[in-house]
Write a protein that binds this ligand. Sequence first.
Ligand code: NYM
Ligand code: MG
Length: 211
Amino acid sequence: MERGALLVLEGCDRVGKSTQTKRLVQALKDRDLKVEARGFPDRTTTIGSVIDEYLKYKKDLPRETIHLLFAANRWEQKDDIIKTLNSGITLVVDRYAASGAAYSAASTNKHLVWGKSLDQGLPAPDLVAFLSVNNEILSARDGWAKERFENQDFQKKVAENFLQLKEDTWKIIEGNQSIDDVHKILLEESLKVIQKVKTIPIKKLYENESN
Ligand code: NYM
Ligand code: MG
């Protein structure tokens, strides 16, 4: 039985991850591949509803506490992710562990090693497509400041953190291009990875790190 690939889209707020997730899922379906979309935070669970309230300023929590909840929100999907991949379905995930480390390290001023530690052992992404958009262009986009973390200085720190998390599985995509151009690159990369990992076991995240 061939497995599906774990494809993750990462980046700051408003870089176009959700749009690209939808486009990619549709394009893979059009090629008769088995694929499902996921996203974190998953606001539909009990933990996710607390995260949602926190992000909407309805609830205040210590920054360390919300970090634990973001990680717990991934762990609660772990078995389902593995089961789905092993059943041959590819997952396209809008944010995953890198967001956890990049945002929490930025909000607490703690080291990225601290930010990564709780996600160690989760299913590792086969591809992390990082959408990189220039900070000035981002701040000009609509819909800012509705949720916590959505301000320019904070996003700048987050972007720097993301780049420090880069591993071999990462593909940095210049997000200032048109939606179609970003999609083309993402699709091409995804098809390569889906093919490549079919017969390779799912890896564990940060498995070679001692943190
Ligand atoms: N976020 C997301 C974190 O701070 N840590 C995490 O682990 C994850 C998955 O949640 N500003 C932040 C990033 C976003 C916010 O995500 C909500 P989205 O993709 O805007 O719904
Ligand atoms: Mg957002």
